[in-house]
Design a protein around this ligand. Structure first.
Ligand SMILES: [Zn+2]
Length: 144
């Protein structure tokens, strides 16, 4: 089970789709989300994580309380919260959900014409997308 939500950044010009593993952390644990246009000049590593210009700021103390309450022994650092998927991008990057939707829409006409080609195209285009994310340095893409 995974609760997915869309969140606008501080300046409101961009948004990201987020997912919360096991619904363990409430969305407000992410106290601030900054896009590359509104990111702060200095990054506090104890509360923030950067990913390709985006910055996620967490309430690590509250996150720690949730982890302790659920018997998760790891320390609630921004890196752990993000990498373990407790409050992280849905997919591999902030816009993945939209990319995926657009890709399905674009290829949809193929479903009736040639289902095998549809599935093959879907797969190869997604693989190419992930390769681009990886090359751009997105954190979750590095692990794929
Ligand atoms: Zn912004």
């Amino acid at each position: 089970m995974c609760m997915n939500l869309r969140r606008f950044c501080s300046c409101g010009r961009n948004s990201a789709y987020l997912s919360c593993r096991d619904n363990l952390l409430p969305a407000e644990i992410l106290v601030n989300l900054f896009c590359p246009e509104c990111r702060p000049g200095s990054i506090r590593d104890d509360a923030m994580l950067q990913d390709c210009g985006w910055v996620l700021e967490y309430d690590v103390d509250r996150a720690q309380a949730y982890f302790t309450g659920r018997g998760i022994r790891s320390q609630a650092t921004p890196v752990f919260i993000f990498d373990a998927g407790y409050l992280s991008w849905q997919g591999l990057a902030p816009g993945d959900q939209e990319v995926n939707t657009r890709l399905h829409q674009r290829l949809a006409p193929l479903i009736e014409q040639d289902l095998a080609l549809y599935l093959k195209s879907l797969r190869s285009e997604w693989v190419a997308h992930v390769t681009r994310l990886k090359a751009a340095g997105w954190r979750k893409a590095q692990a794929t």
